[in-house]
Design a protein around this ligand. Structure first.
Ligand SMILES: [Zn+2]
Ligand SMILES: [Zn+2]
Ligand SMILES: [Zn+2]
Length: 368
């Protein structure tokens, strides 16, 4: 069969698949950027030492009076009734008619330290050449920490990607070796494939010629429209790439909390979901650990976290701003009696969140 022979003869060796990693020789040596590698996010660059002494943080004025609020019996009961009504199967009777016998405050403090940092990393990158400026070797590139980035909003995570000036050069595309096209992987570069209707014979039902391929036994590849090759994905057919160093500037808000242990029986994890009343807030370039606070555990935590943050974040990034806050988180333990038995629940946070693990009527059907 002549038709089949034609197809056989057109087979080409299988084309390599997928873009290969750029060869190391594609990247020139740039003064100040010698260690830069291609891809993978790049290595973080330590910030340079400051040229003049950094002002040391000073302790602020002591807080003369720390106001400690407490909640009323009505607030506690209302929060409890609301909580019970949110549980589909709880009976509201114990919450509404239970008799509150004791309310005890276990208010606690949360100290929070936020350190807002900027970090910078570089990597070699490339993009299809569309006539962008080629500026490598015009003059030495500016240092990675000398490049102007936008002004960030403090305490908000963000990032900016910048093409390092004076590092852009022109290279032949390494994926298509400057051809702009790559062999089609669907037809291994042939442009046509065995006809799926007649399976390559050119005939159907004995002597009937195949209508789909007009008896050729092969059909055009619809991935490459019969051309056997497709536009190169890496250079978009431009044959050349602009190769440059890419700088990633990343702003991160690093946050740590310390909650003072309290003995109410309410697990401390519950408190991470609520807010408290803010008693103290101090935001500056570098904070001084809070002093004079009535609870020594908070003072100790502040000292520890401020030291930890400065040691941890000044190595690989630049600290732009710190903020420390102290919140008072109200925790009230309520004891009430219901049908002669004593039960407890907790009301906590500004949101008056309720925790009632031993609620006596978790299924309304049983207490009716
Ligand atoms: Zn056919
Ligand atoms: Zn094809
Ligand atoms: Zn290419």
């Amino acid at each position: 069969m002549a038709n089949n022979m034609e197809g056989q003869a057109m087979f080409a060796p299988p084309a390599a698949e997928g873009p290969s990693a750029p060869p190391a020789g594609m990247f020139d040596s740039m003064p100040g950027y010698e260690g830069t590698i291609a891809g993978g996010g790049g290595g973080f660059l330590p910030p340079p030492m400051p040229s003049c002494p950094v002002p040391q943080p000073q302790p602020g004025p002591e807080q003369p009076y720390w106001n400690i609020p407490s909640i009323s019996e009505d607030t506690a009961r209302d929060a409890f009734v609301l909580y019970v009504s949110s549980k589909c199967c709880y009976s509201s009777a114990p919450a509404k008619d239970g008799n509150i016998t004791n309310m005890e405050a276990f208010n606690t403090y949360r100290y929070r330290l936020e350190t807002f940092t900027e970090s910078r990393s570089t990597e070699w990158s490339h993009e299809p050449y569309n006539g962008q400026p080629v500026d490598a070797y015009v003059q030495p590139p500016p240092g990675p920490w000398d490049i102007q980035a936008k002004s960030p909003s403090f305490f908000m995570d963000n990032k900016e990607i910048i093409k390092v000036p004076c590092t852009s050069s022109l290279k032949n595309c390494h994926v298509c070796v400057g051809m702009g096209r790559r062999p089609c992987t669907n037809c291994v570069g042939v442009g046509n494939k065995v006809c799926w209707v007649c399976n390559g014979s050119g005939f159907r039902h004995g002597d009937d010629r195949c209508n789909h391929c007009n008896g050729r036994g092969r059909e055009n590849c619809n991935h490459c429209h019969g051309q056997g090759s497709k536009q190169c994905d890496t250079c978009h057919g431009k044959q050349q790439l602009l190769v440059y160093i890419r700088l990633t500037v990343k702003w991160t808000n690093n946050c740590d909390n310390y909650v003072v242990e309290q003995s109410s029986g309410l697990k401390v994890d519950n408190l991470s979901k609520v807010s408290g009343k803010e008693l103290f807030r101090d935001s500056q370039y570098m904070v001084y650990p809070v002093v004079g606070f009535p609870d020594p555990a908070v003072v100790q935590a502040a000292q520890r976290l401020v030291n930890e943050h400065q040691a941890k974040y000044s190595q690989t990034s630049r600290i732009l701003q710190q903020r420390q806050t102290i919140e008072l988180i109200p925790v009230t333990k309520v004891t009430y009696s219901w049908k002669g038995k004593s039960h407890i629940y907790f009301v906590y946070g500004n949101e008056f969140k309720v925790n009632a693990d031993d609620y006596p009527a978790t299924c309304c059907c049983t207490v009716m």
